[in-house]
Design a protein. Structure first.
Length: 326
């Protein structure tokens, strides 16, 4: 039964890959390590599964880590590097202080290094782990063409200029995604990743207590929802956790779009999806059709995102340890 399931998954992956036409893109290709480290993808899958089984909430964290890596200097594993005495790295930038799950990447890298020393990049491992983790919580499974190499530069200040902020408006969000080669539809689709995961009250206290500096509430929030948010988050609360998609925070589904349509999106950036005709139409489509095309769309957008600014060929390096350059 397990073998049949695995074969079915491989067939589905092949069909999706052919449909996307991404077998060779920007120097990346499916099965890149087939000859040099044929067990790599299986090792990463098993390592990820071991962690997700014990802590399913890590799936959202690992997806976020991959997103934050790709949006700063491209998908080069720079988010994994530690700061040094001469440099503050991305992981210590303000938007990344809440990132977690580095132990999963380190465990996968250790296991792969034991099988094939110096062959598989940390950036490829991160891309695979993010995909595997989401699929292991019943999310979509997308093809991950490989061949990324690891960057040697990681600068904390770049996280402030390159990552979309939770308080960004729709114009800023569209410009940010466009600068990465992603479309307005990709913005709507990838925002759906907020169907899983948590955030802190500190990200929304301004929205509910002092939106314009006059002690007011963001008018884009459903007024009937504000009392519930205030009951959870007091002013200056920096510790209380909130679900991005209440009631379905551990399940990868399309409920996020129903939440946004009800004007109950947690971030201002979620609410802003209703302020553009393309993103608004996508939100309505998924909310009203119960996510009819969401999984397929998410697969396609994740493949596109995974190609942002990749280093291939002789660029970059293959790190032996993901947190430090060779």
């Amino acid at each position: 039964m397990a073998i049949q399931k695995h074969i079915k998954l491989l067939v589905q992956l092949l069909i999706v890959a052919l449909a996307f036409g991404i077998a060779n893109g920007q120097g990346l290709k499916l099965g890149f390590y087939q000859k040099t480290c044929p067990r790599a993808e299986g090792i990463v899958w098993r390592t990820t599964a071991n962690h997700i089984y014990r802590a399913p909430s890590l799936a959202a964290a690992l997806l976020r880590m991959h997103f934050h890596d790709c949006f700063v200097r491209g998908c080069d594993g720079s988010v994994l590097l530690n700061s040094t005495k001469n440099n503050v790295a991305e992981k210590d930038g303000i938007p990344n202080l809440s990132i977690r799950g580095f132990q999963v990447i380190d465990a996968a890298k250790t296991a792969v290094e034991a099988a094939c020393p110096g062959v598989v990049s940390c950036s490829d491992i991160l891309a695979l782990v993010a995909r595997d983790a989401i699929h292991q919580i019943k999310g979509p499974y997308w093809p991950v063409p490989l061949g990324r190499r690891d960057g040697r530069v990681s600068i904390a200040s770049e996280t402030l200029t390159q990552l979309p902020a939770p308080f960004a408006n729709i114009t800023q969000l569209k410009a940010n995604f466009a600068s990465k080669g992603l479309s307005v539809k990709d913005l709507a689709v990838l925002s759906g990743g907020h169907t899983v995961g948590i955030s802190h009250c500190s990200t929304i206290t301004t929205r509910i207590y002092n939106f314009t500096g006059k002690g007011d509430t963001d008018p884009s929030i459903d007024p009937n929802y504000v009392p519930k948010l205030k009951s959870r988050c007091v002013p200056n609360d920096k510790t209380t956790l909130l679900s991005m998609d209440p009631g379905s925070t551990k399940s990868f589904d399309s409920d996020y779009y129903s939440v946004v349509l009800k004007r109950r999106g947690l971030f201002q950036s979620d609410a802003e999806l209703l302020n553009d005709k393309i993103t608004r139409a996508y939100v309505k489509l998924q909310a009203q059709s119960h996510g009819r095309t969401f999984f397929q769309d998410f697969q396609k957008s994740m493949v596109k995102m995974g190609k942002i600014g990749v280093l291939t060929g002789k660029a970059g390096e293959i790190r032996r340890h993901c947190a430090v350059i060779n």
